[in-house]
Design a protein around this ligand. Structure first.
Ligand SMILES: [Cu+2]
Length: 261
């Protein structure tokens, strides 16, 4: 019995990367005033503790949705290095042509990432949102991804101290009982420097923040602080296997919260 307990304790401490990994689609702002190309960085990272950076392969898809229209942005991607608090890894820098007013949903479908410590593949299908001129056009609509989190609050304009509600979908249907990891982007990437900035908060004593979706796939989180918050529904997607190994096909969404000033 004692041996079993020790063994499981070791197993729990070994996968240092087990939780809190998020694919970032990072822009320095979500509200765009002037039309132009907005730089974005794709980074596979542990953003809350400024932790391990994983090497990101060229994504399968990278595009934007604006006024219901899809525009491929894969051609804008160039390889960059990103250095977090622990290590450096391969990431991408792209650009988003924001011209007309309205919402811009950024979508990344990465290729499955092999996580050696767990012997599984991870694929985080990720959405982030930009807006120009405060005109809402697309944010509340599902993109139609294999799995996604649909926001019920305007995701680029959340008030710190209010709540965010999302609905987890897989092939358009609600996912009940999905485990959702929630993280604060404690150290935002520096767009000029290929590195993270200094973290503004420390790790929580209880580890990762987790919510579970209800029978209709909804979850709500009280957003305590301004900045970027990520939500990752783990294994919510329909694909469960990749190259003969277990696949965690996750739905990730990023929101931006603001202080009232
Ligand atoms: Cu991890």
């Amino acid at each position: 019995m004692k041996k079993t307990l020790i063994a499981s304790a070791v197993a729990l401490t070994l996968p240092a990367m087990a939780s809190g990994h998020f694919l970032l689609e990072y822009t320095t702002d979500t509200m765009i005033e002037r039309p132009g190309d907005v730089p974005v960085k794709l980074i596979f990272w542990h953003p809350m503790d400024n932790g391990h950076v994983m090497d990101l392969d060229l994504p399968q898809d990278f595009y934007m949705i604006h006024n219901g229209e899809k525009t491929d942005l894969k051609d804008t991607l160039e390889t960059v290095q990103f250095t977090g608090g622990e290590n450096s890894g391969a990431a991408f820098k792209g650009s988003v042509p924001v011209k007309r007013s309205g919402d811009y949903i950024l979508v990344t479908v990465p290729v499955p990432y092999y996580e050696e410590s767990e012997d599984i593949y991870i694929q985080q299908i990720t959405k982030a949102f930009l807006n120009r001129s405060e005109l809402p056009t697309d944010w509340m609509n599902p993109v139609g991804l294999p799995t996604e989190i649909v926001p019920l609050n305007k995701p680029y304009n959340i008030l710190a101290g209010s709540t965010f509600t999302g609905q987890v979908l897989a092939e358009g249907q609600p996912v009940a009982g999905a485990e959702i990891e929630i993280e604060y982007m404690a150290a935002e990437p520096d767009m000029e420097n290929a590195a993270s900035s200094a973290p503004v908060v420390g790790a929580l004593p209880g580890g990762t923040i987790v919510a579970v979706s209800d029978t209709n796939g909804y979850f709500t989180f009280g957003v305590p602080k301004a900045g970027y918050w990520g939500f990752a529904a783990l294994g919510s997607g329909p694909a469960t296997e990749h190259e003969g190994k277990e696949l965690s096909q996750d739905a990730v969404i990023w929101i931006r919260a603001w202080d009232m000033e």
